[in-house]
Design a protein around this ligand. Structure first.
Ligand SMILES: C/C(=C\COP(=O)(O)OP(=O)(O)O)CCC[C@H](C)CCC[C@H](C)CCCC(C)C
Ligand SMILES: O=C(O)C1=CC(=O)c2ccccc2C1=O
Length: 299
């Protein structure tokens, strides 16, 4: 939301900040991990389905981000946000329809997978995720304003996305995939959680009760530590009970990123101008830990 820092920045930089390229890893990781678990269990992977799913997920994230700017422009919460696609183009309706075009393309790709499988399960799961994503930001729900974003995010990018990815390869379900989905759901949610630390003042002013507004930045930093630790604890449990291959302990190689993120937030949680970059540390942690987990299943 806020962006006093963006004042005076070149347009190209604002566009890059509005498009948020690093954020598209949230599309890639759940599909890669769900497909990796499927590969570990079946020794087979359908690259046509994987590629279609990845492109479709990227299109869905484009919709999510464009429509977030559209709905935030409707409430006025983004009035000072220079790096909003609506503020950059000055055309709310064009962005609304561009977002819908991406959603249509994403759903069409997923529908194609369901058509190939002659089974509606995958498209039904993804439609449910998109509805929940809409409920986070769109009228009349705007559940993000009630602080429910992190729960929705964990469910959508965790159990729903990984189950859809796994099912798209195997047309079945898996407990190991469910445990992996919890890990990915949590690491994705950590990104959203981190994006709230620097916005407390503006969120309060706009009546948005983000988790950080509700619990305060100090407790937020402590919760971040425990939820980050849970990524590693759950991976270790997965190996200990024999659900995950030992190689998934590779995820521990991302521990330095986790320590960097949690130390950074502990130090700067109450300094909005410093803590605002923690979201991108969280993106790095999510990407690295997700890829390492996937690698552990592939090898
Ligand atoms: C758009 C999101 C966060 C931005 O929130 P906020 O309004 O606070 O940000 P700004 O301050 O920058 O305006 C992410 C919200 C995620 C949502 C809770 C869940 C989305 C689910 C997806 C649609 C699922 C996609 C699954 C796919 C990978 C198959
Ligand atoms: O713009 C953002 O802050 C986010 C965009 C986004 O697509 C996403 C997806 C999953 C978790 C968090 C986030 C964001 O924080």
């Amino acid at each position: 939301m806020t962006t006093f820092e963006s004042v005076g920045q070149p347009k190209s930089k604002l566009w890059l900040a509005a498009i948020k390229p690093p954020m598209y890893t949230v599309a890639i990781i759940p599909i890669t991990v769900g497909s990796a678990v499927a590969y570990a269990q079946t020794q087979a992977i359908d690259l046509n389905i994987l590629g279609t799913f990845l492109l479709s997920a990227i299109a869905i994230i484009a919709w999510l981000n464009i429509s977030n700017d559209v709905y935030d422009s409707d409430t006025g919460i983004d009035i000072n946000k220079a790096e909003s696609v609506v503020n950059l183009t000055g055309n709310r309706n064009l962005m609304f329809w561009l977002g819908n075009l991406f959603l249509g393309l994403g759903i069409a790709g997923i529908a194609m997978i369901s058509w190939w499988q002659q089974d509606l399960t995958v498209v039904e799961i993804v439609l449910l995720s998109c509805f929940l994503g809409y409920s986070y930001q769109g009228p009349p729900f705007r559940l993000g304003y009630q602080g429910l974003g992190e729960i929705i995010c964990t469910i959508c990018f965790g159990p729903l996305a990984l189950s859809a990815a796994y099912y798209s390869q195997t047309q079945s379900w898996s407990i190991a995939n469910l445990l992996a989905s919890l890990i990915i759901g949590i690491s994705t949610s950590i990104i959203l959680f981190c994006s709230h630390f620097h916005q407390v003042k503006d969120d309060l002013a706009a009546g948005k009760l983000s988790p950080i507004v509700r619990m305060g930045t100090k407790m937020g930093a402590a919760v971040l530590k425990w939820s980050t630790a849970s990524i590693y604890a759950l991976s270790a449990v997965g190996v200990a009970i024999g659900l995950f291959p030992v190689a998934t302990l590779l995820v521990f190689l991302s521990l330095p990123l986790a320590i960097k993120l949690t130390n950074f937030v502990s130090e700067y949680h109450d300094r909005p101008e410093r803590v605002r970059t923690c979201k991108y540390l969280a993106v790095r942690l999510h990407f690295a830990s997700g890829l390492l987990l996937a690698l552990g299943f592939y090898i």
